[in-house]
Write a protein that binds this ligand. Structure first.
Ligand code: BG6
Length: 488
């Protein structure tokens, strides 16, 4: 198979931090079809060689095991070239057409790693220049729009030019091996399914915590915030993966239909739940990993009075037969006490005690997404010899855990999220991409939160960098009698 992969935003953060390393890994693993071109597109005036050198220099920031040797890079770089182009300028599109005409490709992928404000212009110009072809696929990075209306407008303009099977809306969390394993756990094993319901599960917690701040993305982040950057997409997609019904088969639409149903079943917000069940925070000065770090408002590109949230915690419910009444908690934030992402399924305690169990004892399944990729099943066991009495066993049970580390089991050289997703685009596999109706439903659900914040003069609660966010987040979950993992 031959392909052209056109990376718009070719000198941007995403391309050098994620896409090029992923493409290189695919190349190293031998999974990238040999007859392909990767074309970086940006406004800078660069030659092909200058672009290759730029990309090579960026690999210095990649972990050692994933860095190319000079010889490997030379072979990889033979696929790379550069095109200077301003996506917002119609006069530049004929040059793109000429570039495409230079190579006969079975598949042409247009990867828009750019601001979403350019998506509509791009589609209009591709149509106006008569460049759209059935073998073209378009990849759209999140966040797709700023709210429901802008999301629908972008989707409408993309659909005028491309059919739904040509549109790959990326959410890289779906490409993470741990998320694949969540699907495998749920739909490749029958063990947990009978327990995966309100009768046996007390609550589910989804945490995506980052130690990093906003790095050099101040301007982007300040107009985005954690709700749009992480909750509307990554966190809700994880929620869907954990709460959806088993799909009838593994086809893209069967999976996406089930995810959509979860989003549609999210209990709508009321003024009361918006007040009680949503916490927004923003980091103040603090210490991360032993080093002092600046407050969000002092970050480059951020104003001193910014009310953009860098932390969100919320409680939601899925109103259907399986989940009615089970609280789902989501929290995500920057500059938190650690980098970790996991889904915690807290089962109900044993219905009748014949042992002295530790206080609050209940089984727990933790699906670790990162940095560890694995499963932990928390159980109780008898560590010491018990003296049996007539009423109860004398000793307390001890918490123990079954621990499955997928990196150790399968090797850490597994296919990463972007590598997997890029190969899926080349193969035309849509299973791990988001359909427009899912996205719209997710926007529809988060919009009342955005509106309530816009009308709230208090702004986000400050939290010291290097902590687990504002104390209101703990208070919110404590009201239900539960706690976040690190507090239990
Ligand atoms: C991106 C967000 O989508 O995901 C970033 O824009 C965030 O703000 C990143 O840091 C987190 O991804 P990962 O894979 O490092 O958890």
């Amino acid at each position: 198979m031959s392909f052209d992969l056109i990376l718009f935003g070719g000198t941007g953060d995403l391309v050098w931090r994620k896409l090029m390393p992923a493409l290189f890994q695919a190349f190293r693993h031998g999974s990238l079809p040999a007859n392909g071109r990767i074309v970086g597109v940006a406004r800078d005036d660069l030659t092909n060689d200058a672009y290759r050198s730029l990309i090579k220099s960026r690999f210095d920031g990649v972990e050692l095991a994933k860095r190319p040797t000079d010889e490997e890079f030379a072979r990889f770089a033979a696929m790379l070239s550069y095109l200077r182009m301003d996506l917002s300028n119609p006069a530049d599109y004929p040059r793109l057409a000429t570039k495409l005409d230079e190579h006969t490709a079975d598949t042409v992928v247009m990867y828009l790693a750019t601001a979403p404000s350019l998506f509509t212009t791009f589609c209009e110009q591709i149509a106006a220049a008569g460049m759209s072809r059935p073998n073209m696929r378009v990849v759209l990075e999140k966040p797709l729009g700023h709210d429901l209306a802008s999301n629908m407008a972008i989707n409408a303009s993309v659909r005028k030019v491309f059919s739904e099977r040509q549109i790959f809306r990326i959410d890289h969390y779906l490409g993470k091996p741990s998320v694949q394993n969540l699907f495998a756990l749920r739909f490749g094993n029958a063990l947990f399914e009978p327990l995966w319901r309100r009768e046996d599960i007390a609550n589910i917690q989804i945490t995506i915590a980052e130690e990093l701040g906003i790095e050099k993305r101040g301007a982007f982040y300040d107009s985005t915030g954690a709700l749009r950057d992480m909750v509307q997409n990554h966190a809700l997609q994880l929620l869907c993966a954990v709460a959806m019904e088993p799909p009838i088969n593994a086809h893209a639409d069967a999976i996406r239909d089930e995810k959509l149903k979860v989003l549609r079943s999210l209990r709508p917000w009321t003024p009361e739940t918006l007040r009680q069940h949503v916490v927004r925070g923003q980091y103040a000065v603090g210490t991360v990993d032993g080093a002092p770090v600046a407050a969000y408002r002092a970050e480059p590109g951020v104003g001193p009075a910014s009310n953009t949230e860098t932390f969100v915690a919320l409680r939601c419910e899925i109103a259907n037969w399986r989940w009615a009444g089970v609280p789902f908690y989501i929290r995500t934030g920057k500059r938190l006490a650690g980098r970790s992402a996991y889904i915690e399924v807290n089962f109900r305690p044993a219905p009748h005690a014949i042992y002295k169990s530790p206080i609050g004892a209940a089984n727990r399944l933790v699906i670790h997404l990162q940095p560890k990729d694995g499963l932990e099943l928390h159980l109780f066991a008898q560590g010491q010899q018990n003296r049996m009495t007539s009423q109860s066993l004398d000793n307390q049970l001890s918490p123990v855990q079954l621990d499955l580390d997928f990196d150790k089991r399968f090797g850490s050289e597994r296919v990463g999220a972007y590598e997997r997703l890029l190969l899926d685009v080349l193969d035309g596999r849509l299973n791990l991409f988001v359909r427009s109706d899912e996205q719209e439903e997710a926007w529809r659900w988060v919009e009342p939160i955005m509106q309530s914040w816009a009308a709230d003069p208090e702004g986000p609660r400050q939290y010291a960098a290097g902590t687990w966010g504002p104390s209101a987040s703990s208070a919110m979950i404590a009201r239900d009698g539960y706690c976040w993992t690190e507090e239990c």
